[in-house]
Structures are given as C-alpha cells and as structure tokens.
Design a protein around this ligand. Structure first.
Ligand SMILES: [Zn+2]
Length: 395
C-alpha cells in the first residue's frame, strides 16, 4: 500500500494522519480536534472521528489503534476529543471491549509528548481538560518506564526534546533531543525502512529568561521534518514539515541555527503553521498594520525551503480577504509566493467542504498525489487519482 498523509477538516485546528507504506500499516496521528458538534447529524461539522476510524486497523482484541499519537502543543484546537475518542490509561484496564466498534476508544500504542512544550504553554495558558488528560497519560507512561525500563504497546512513550534542569537525563532511551533524527516506532526499528524524522523544536530551556519568555509566547510546539518513504528502503522520500502553532520567533531562530544547512528545513509538504497565521511570518499585527506589516526574512526563509512541486496545506477555515488572522490572507499570499518559483500548490482543508479530508498518496518516485477526485489546483508534479475516499486499508 502507498504511504498516505490525511488532513482532516477540523476548522482552525490540526488533525493529521500519516500512514506508512509498511506491511503493518503503521499510523502516526498528529493532534486531534474532534468537536462534539460532529456527533450531531444535523450539524454541518465534518464527522472526522468516523473518517479517522475508517483509516485505522484493529488489534487482535478488536480494539482500534494508532501506532503513535503526537501532541504538537496542548492548545484546545489540537487536543479536543482526546478523552472521548482515545483510551488514556493502562491497556490492561481497557474498558470498551463490549461496546460497538464505533464507540470503542482508540488505543495509542506510543505517545510522543514534549514536557518543555507543556511547561512553556502553562506559563501563559490554563490547560483544557483534554490537555490535562494527555499530560496525566504522558506522566503515567514515563513513570511506567522509570519503574520497568521497558514498555509494551499502549504504555510506550517518546519524549520530544529535553526538559529543563536535567529532568529527562535519566530517560535517554525514550528521549529524542532537539536536532536528533529518529526512525523507531513502538520501540521497533522495522519502521526505519519506511520513515525518519528530525526533531527541530522545542528548543531546550534557554539561559536568558527574556528569550525563554519569547519562546513561550510564540506558541512553542513540536516541529518535525519527516521523511516518508514511497516503499521499503526507497530513495523516493517525501519531506513533510509540521510544526503546530509555532510563531515567527521560533521560525526565525530555526533559520539562524540552520541557514548553513538549510536542507534540514526543506519540504515537499508543509502544514502552514498556526492555521496560516500571519504571526508565523511576521511580528507585526495583520489587522493593525495591514499591507504595512513586514515579513520577517529569516522566518520566511525557514518556511520557504519548498522543493520542486511542493504543496502547502492550511488546516483552517476558509481564508477570506479580511482582517481575520488566523487564517490570514496575507500569509496565504506569502506562501503562494514561496511556491511560485517551484511550481507548487497551496490548499486549504476548508476548500474541501463538505468532505472530511484532504488526502495525499506518496507514489513511487516520491511524487505527492492528491487522493480523491478532481484536479483542482494540482500542479504538474501532482496528479489526481480516482481512488475512493474510504476503505484505503484494502487498496
Ligand atoms: Zn492551533
């Protein structure tokens, strides 16, 4: 089966599923924004929970699962629905076996969590109930690891980035340090034939309190540049750069750190940060300064390493020519300017209405192909297929 990347239509929020091309159909879900309104058939909110479940396998006990759930950062629009739709607890205590399939909570085999992102977020925000539930589950898994130094699926965790004051120093074998590349999923290296990822952020705690405060205020998020292979050990690899709601100062610093090795930021597919917010490209307010607002050249460079035929996706509501931010029309224009020289394409999940997803397949040769019907906005390098939207596990 081809590798796939699915963006669910969740309004201004994120929810992205990556399916690897391996025999086990490994799945990585980044964020969740499953709104209660979607449960009401008379409401127009797309039923993304149903669309997600269609794409997941069940284990030998009939429990649906994702191999990985990554929380980019604990904002409500990135973790809504976690407690309702996912089992956050010991897999031995899973309580849903007698429920109908559609009501069984989804097992998370491995959690990818960043304590530093939580720490920075908590300085300026109160955690919502789903974020608190995720945090409690992350701590349960860390404590399990500290006790047993091993973990079966359902108890596994990888920590994204060092925590402050050496708090993660004794967790080396479950810690991915900022700048590291990793390719193991569920403590199994078989995935390295199909996937790798470089952790670009969160940066470790900064000595300078002012800098640290700036990182906190810029929506510190886990930023990964993934390589998703078209097939086993294929040299055809699609780069997917995803960074939650990270804002301008974080991208500016990433460029400063990596401008002599800009390939670490190069992408074929970019999830426009913070739902196509102007604040990922500029420190100036869009509604206040309008066309006088200035782009930060370094942040633009960090987000501007588009490879030939690249695609940028805005996971947001419709982008209108108004004062709203996010999504911001000026940011969309900037991304389109980035894409123009590489013959790329800009898409928005809201443009897919009333569909639940915007979906891509990675074909041999590494070409990113739009799944579903239609040729809207497709560049010369991306060819639409007539594949159906559901039942992909049988393809
Ligand atoms: Zn957000």
């Amino acid at each position: 089966m081809a590798a796939k990347i699915t963006f669910f239509s969740v309004g201004c929020g994120d929810m992205t599923l990556i399916r690897l091309a391996d025999f086990d159909v490994t799945t990585i879900l980044i964020d969740s924004n499953i709104r209660v309104a979607a449960d009401d058939p008379s409401d127009s909110t797309p039923d993304v929970a149903k669309a997600l479940r269609k794409r997941l396998l069940k284990d030998d006990k009939g429990r649906p699962f994702v191999n990985v759930f990554l929380l980019s950062h604990p904002d409500k629009d990135h973790c809504t629905g976690l407690s309702n739709h996912f089992w956050l607890g010991d897999p031995d205590e899973y309580p849903d076996d007698r429920l109908p399939d559609g009501e069984k909570r989804i097992i998370i085999r491995e959690l990818w969590s960043s304590p530093m992102v939580f720490r920075r977020h908590s300085k300026n925000h109160t955690l919502c109930a789903d974020a608190k539930a995720f945090n409690a589950e992350a701590w349960r898994r860390v404590e399990h690891w500290q006790l047993y130094r091993s973990a079966i699926v359902g108890n596994q965790i990888l920590i994204m980035g060092e925590d402050e004051d050496g708090k993660t120093d004794d967790l080396v074998s479950i810690l991915i340090k900022c700048g590291d590349t990793f390719s193991t999923i569920n403590r199994n290296s078989a995935s390295s034939a199909y996937f790798s990822a470089r952790l670009l952020a969160p940066m470790p705690r900064q000595e300078d309190d002012e800098v640290e405060e700036t990182l906190s205020k810029n929506h510190s998020s886990v930023i990964l540049n993934m390589e998703i292979f078209a097939s086993q050990n294929s040299s055809s690899r699609t780069r997917f750069l995803t960074g939650g709601d990270a804002e301008v100062e974080i991208w500016r610093r990433l460029w400063t750190q990596n401008k002599d090795n800009s390939d670490v930021l190069a992408y074929d597919l970019l999830l426009a940060p913070h739902h196509c917010s102007w604040h990922s490209l500029s420190p100036d307010s869009w509604s206040k300064y309008k066309e006088d607002a200035e782009v930060c050249p370094d942040a633009r460079s960090a987000l501007g390493q588009a490879r030939a035929g690249a695609t940028i996706v805005s996971s947001s509501k419709e982008i209108l020519d108004d004062d709203v931010d996010p999504p911001c029309i000026r940011a969309k224009r900037e991304y389109k300017a980035i894409l123009k020289p590489v013959d790329g394409v800009f898409l928005c999940t809201a443009d897919e209405d009333p569909s639940e997803t915007l979906e891509f397949e990675i074909k041999s040769g590494g070409t990113l192909v739009r799944a579903g019907v239609g040729l809207l906005g497709i560049t010369s390098s991306a060819v639409a297929t007539a594949a159906p939207r559901a039942g992909h596990l049988n393809e």
